[in-house]
Structure formats: C-alpha cells, structure tokens
Ligand binder design. Structure first.
Ligand SMILES: [Zn+2]
Ligand SMILES: [Zn+2]
Length: 291
C-alpha cells in the first residue's frame, strides 16, 4: 500500500496572474510549487471587469484544476480602485458594487475568501471611516454571501492611520451585523512598516493574542512578505523573504509555531523572474522541514 502523505502545514503559496484565462493561474501556481493561491479576478487598476479571462470554459477548468491540485482555500484580492471608506458617495457606491460582484464571482469559482483593504476616508475622521466601512460590508454581505468570508487586510500607515491597526479591525468586527462572515488577512510587510515590530517573535505573538481576544481563528490568510520599509516608516515596498528589514526570525516563527499551522501563507514578493516565487517558497520550506 502507498502511504498517504500528510499535507504539510502551514500551507504556502503566492499571488498569481489570471492573464489570458483564469485557470492558467493554477498552472502558474503549480509550476512555482505553490500549495495555495491568491488571484485578482479582474484588472486591479481598472473599474471594468476583464474580458475573456472568466469565460464559461475557463471557469469550469479553474474549478477542475483547483480540485485536482487540492487548492481549497484560494483567496480573491479586491482590485485597488474601490475605497469603502471614501467620503464620495459615487465612489462608495461603485466600490460596494465591485465588492458584491466579487462575492458573486467567488461563488461561481468556489473560492472561500475575499481580501479587502479598509480604504481611505481622506480628511475625514476615523469614526467616519468606521461607519462607512461597516455600512459597505453590511450591504455587501446582505447579498448572496453564505459561502465566503471577507478578510480585512491591514495596510501601511502613511499620513492617515485608518486601515492599519488591529484595534480598527476589532471596531469593525464589533459593529458589523454579520461578524461571522468576517476574518482577517495579516500582511507582515504592512504591519512592520506601520510600526508593529514583528522582527521580534514575541511581538508577533502579542499581536495574535490581541486578535484571539476578538475571536478565535479570525486570521485565515497571512500575506508573508519582507519589506524594504523600516519599522514605522510608512513605506510599503515588499521584499524577498529574509532580504528586507523584517529579517528571518519572524518567518521562521510563522512556519514553525503551532498557532500558525492552519493559516494559508501567501507571498506578494517581487517577481523578477519565473523562479522568484519558487525561491521564496523554498526559503519557507527549509524552516517548515524542521517542524
Ligand atoms: Zn492587499
Ligand atoms: Zn498584502
């Protein structure tokens, strides 16, 4: 009898392009030795949905290939233009529409997670932003959303601090009508350049203790990125793992500590060549082997 190999944990993967046809994202992921995957389902810097990439036949192939590759926890990242904290009524409505469309797409593609940033309220206050984001999520989650979790991603603090802290995510989760449909996507590069000193594993654990106090198992995805931006610099410039300011200890802890084992780790590191993701995954596998 052939012994059944256990799936290694935590699962590690990368963001991949859906260019030409969405099912090709799976081929690209497998080629880079990914075990899980994040995609945009539409051009990230345009409002219109992409043409052809989501044809009926490509959707069927995407689902078949996902099942075959055991990619059961794929994540859709929202495009960059929507802003669910905006003071502009027009932009707010457009943004909520895209979020609802992504919920529909995730159902069609059998994808369980959608990652969204918390947007920017420009000169408006944090409480203004909180109310807007809660309103956007409440409207979107009223639609056909029982199959999916919306994951709130921490972004990098620049001038305004909205969308960057665990406290702000907690405030959203406490205020929203259906908190059971919300999770967290923790981006290591954004956290560090905002001022969370996760280079020190003790601080990393303190952050996860704080999240656990909101609710258990909230973090479904970690964007596992190193950064060129210094601690608290506000500079969002991702770097290869072990080559940036975060260093190695944090990533070793994420690979080896039991509390992170059920979280999908997704790379959003630079892609200079075809093997870039593979090299970063190898870096993580070397730590994981020691579990
Ligand atoms: Zn993001
Ligand atoms: Zn990210």
């Amino acid at each position: 009898m052939v012994p059944i190999m256990p799936i290694p944990k935590p699962r590690i993967g990368a963001h991949k392009s859906i260019s030409t046809s969405i099912d090709l994202s799976i081929d690209r992921a497998i080629k880079s030795t990914c075990e899980c995957l994040q995609i945009f389902t539409r051009p990230p810097r345009r409002w219109e949905a992409g043409k052809n990439t989501l044809s009926k036949s490509s959707i069927v192939k995407f689902i078949e290939k996902s099942e075959k590759a055991n990619f059961f926890d794929t994540t859709i990242h929202m495009p960059y233009l929507p802003n669910i904290a905006t003071p502009s009524e027009e932009l707010f409505n457009k943004s909520v529409k895209v979020l609802i469309e992504e919920i529909t797409t995730s159902k069609i593609l059998k994808i369980p997670y959608i990652v969204t940033h918390l947007g920017s309220p420009l000169k408006e206050s944090e409480s203004f932003a909180l109310n807007k984001v809660v309103k956007a999520l409440d409207i979107a989650l009223e639609s056909n959303s029982n199959h999916v979790l919306i994951l709130l991603e921490n972004s990098t603090a620049k001038k305004q601090k909205w969308g960057t802290s665990i406290e702000q995510m907690e405030a959203i989760i406490k205020k929203i009508t259906q908190p059971e449909k919300i999770g967290i996507c923790f981006d290591t590069a954004h956290a560090y350049s905002t001022g969370y000193d996760i280079k020190n594993p003790e601080i990393l654990h303190e952050i996860f203790d704080q999240i656990d106090e909101i609710s258990h198992d909230l973090v479904k995805v970690i964007h596992i990125n190193d950064t060129k931006g210094g601690l608290g610099s506000g500079i969002d410039h991702h770097e290869h793992l072990g080559c940036g300011k975060i260093g190695k200890e944090c990533f070793r802890e994420l690979m080896q500590h039991p509390r992170f084992q059920n979280i999908s780790m997704i790379l959003e590191t630079p892609k200079e060549d075809e093997k870039s993701d593979q090299r970063n995954l190898e870096f993580l596998r070397n730590y994981r082997k020691l579990n």
